[in-house]
Design a protein around this ligand. Structure first.
Ligand code: SF4
Length: 291
């Protein structure tokens, strides 16, 4: 972590984490780079490559087609996004012989293969996660009777007679796991817990925690529909003020509502789905604008 060296006229001090936390995570970066390298090929992206509207719009502007319904896929290659694909959609592609390129992130694949392995060995699989998140919906579509637990009230649904295997959504916070895991354990006789959080999530949450200990305000660059961005805000809010910001417009709005700015220490970090060009725009605006 370092202070940005640039002198800022309004007295704001910018504190940045390691450069690797100022842009996309490796899973999404790999997928974006792969798509851009396919330039000559005919392909469409199925769903959102990342939960970031600015990034998706940029890809569209570069001529890349994004579809929400597989019926729209003709004979072009279909790109499967880092969040994976639902079982029925995969079967649809296979049955129709539609070519596809699977860019599911390796951490999501790991979660699925662990879950399938546990089911094969007669475990009830429980995922600590958000049942409405696309990653979790896709994972669950391959399982027989998964249970997704995202809050205390959902723990009651657990059938304690079964052998239980608890896994985690890749972007889950440690705080949520520490809150729910002891409650789950109390309801089960035989339980195995394996954290299937991705390294990026782990490292970014540690980095935002450090930032929050040294700053008056943490800005998490990301989209409001991004689970990992919202989680980073929650982690930072345990120690300081924290806001989600998706554009320079949003940054200006946040600063207009601040009571004081002079000597304010501002930490900036990207969510896993925030591209570096958006982060750089926000840093530039913070340096140049007089609020
Ligand atoms: S946040 Fe983690 S699991 Fe999700 S795409 Fe990025 S590296 Fe993969």
């Amino acid at each position: 972590m370092y202070y940005d060296k640039t002198k800022i006229s309004n007295g704001v001090k910018i504190i940045l984490p390691d450069k690797k936390y100022l842009g996309l995570c490796f899973g999404i970066k790999r997928a974006v780079e792969k798509c851009l390298s396919l330039e000559g090929d005919k392909f469409v992206i199925y769903g959102q490559l990342a939960h970031n509207a600015t990034l998706c719009n940029k890809l569209k502007k570069q001529g890349i087609t994004i579809i929400d319904d597989l019926m729209e896929a003709k004979r072009e290659k279909v790109i499967i996004c880092p969040h994976g694909i639902a079982k029925k959609d995969k079967e649809f592609l296979e049955k129709r012989g539609i070519p596809f390129l699977d860019l599911t992130c390796s951490f999501v694949k790991n979660l699925l293969s662990r879950a399938l392995e546990f089911e094969k060995n007669s475990y009830q699989v429980i995922v600590i996660g958000d049942k409405n998140h696309v990653e979790i919906k896709n994972i669950c579509s391959f399982l027989q009777k998964p249970l997704v637990v995202g809050k205390r009230s959902e723990v009651r649904k657990i059938n304690s007679d079964k052998k239980i295997a608890v896994l985690t959504q890749t972007t889950q916070t440690l705080r949520k796991i520490n809150e729910l895991l002891p409650l789950i354990k109390r309801r089960c006789k035989e339980i195995v817990f394996i954290s299937t959080r991705c390294n990026e999530t782990d490292e970014r949450q540690k980095a935002v925690k450090k930032l929050s200990e040294k700053t008056d305000l943490v800005l998490v660059v990301g989209d409001k529909m991004s689970k990992n961005a919202n989680n980073l805000v929650k982690v930072a809010q345990e120690k300081t003020r924290a806001k989600l910001v998706s554009s320079t417009k949003g940054l200006i709005k946040i600063f207009k509502n601040l009571h004081y700015i002079s000597n304010l220490k501002v930490g900036i970090i990207a969510s896993a789905s925030a591209p570096a060009f958006v982060v750089n725009d926000i840093i530039k605006c913070l340096k140049e604008k007089t609020f």
